[in-house]
Design a binder for this molecule. Structure first.
Ligand SMILES: [Zn+2]
Ligand SMILES: [Zn+2]
Length: 113
């Protein structure tokens, strides 16, 4: 899986902990490369735990779990998030807000178009 911000590929893993971080963005599991971790507030582009505000989340089958406090919530159905930003897109932070707004609209109004 490439970095969600810059599209960089994870290089051959060094033994031990990977410098890449995991997160969840628009209910999808993403990775953040070490380079982007030094960028401005990268965690602000990720989904946050609704209970503790942590960005350390993991996305599993239909569920997003907080690694800090263990809070879980249902992830949006895959067909809703599928139309989201392609990985390695523009890398612009506005995209996540757009996706969130779109999701909110869909969730409120239902599937009718
Ligand atoms: Zn990156
Ligand atoms: Zn939490």
């Amino acid at each position: 899986m490439p970095c969600f911000r810059c599209g960089a590929r994870q290089t051959d893993p060094v033994r031990g902990a990977s410098p890449w971080k995991r997160g969840v963005r628009a209910d999808r599991q993403v990775l953040i490369c070490p380079g982007c971790q030094t960028a401005r507030d990268w965690a602000g582009e990720l989904d946050r735990c609704s209970a503790c505000g942590s960005a350390v989340l993991v996305c599993r089958l239909g569920e997003v779990e907080c690694r800090d406090c263990g809070h879980t919530r249902d992830a949006a159905p895959a067909d809703l998030v599928h139309s989201g930003a392609p990985p390695g897109g523009s890398g612009d932070g506005d995209l996540s807000a757009e996706v969130a707004a779109a999701l909110t609209r869909v969730l409120k109004k239902g599937p009718a178009v």
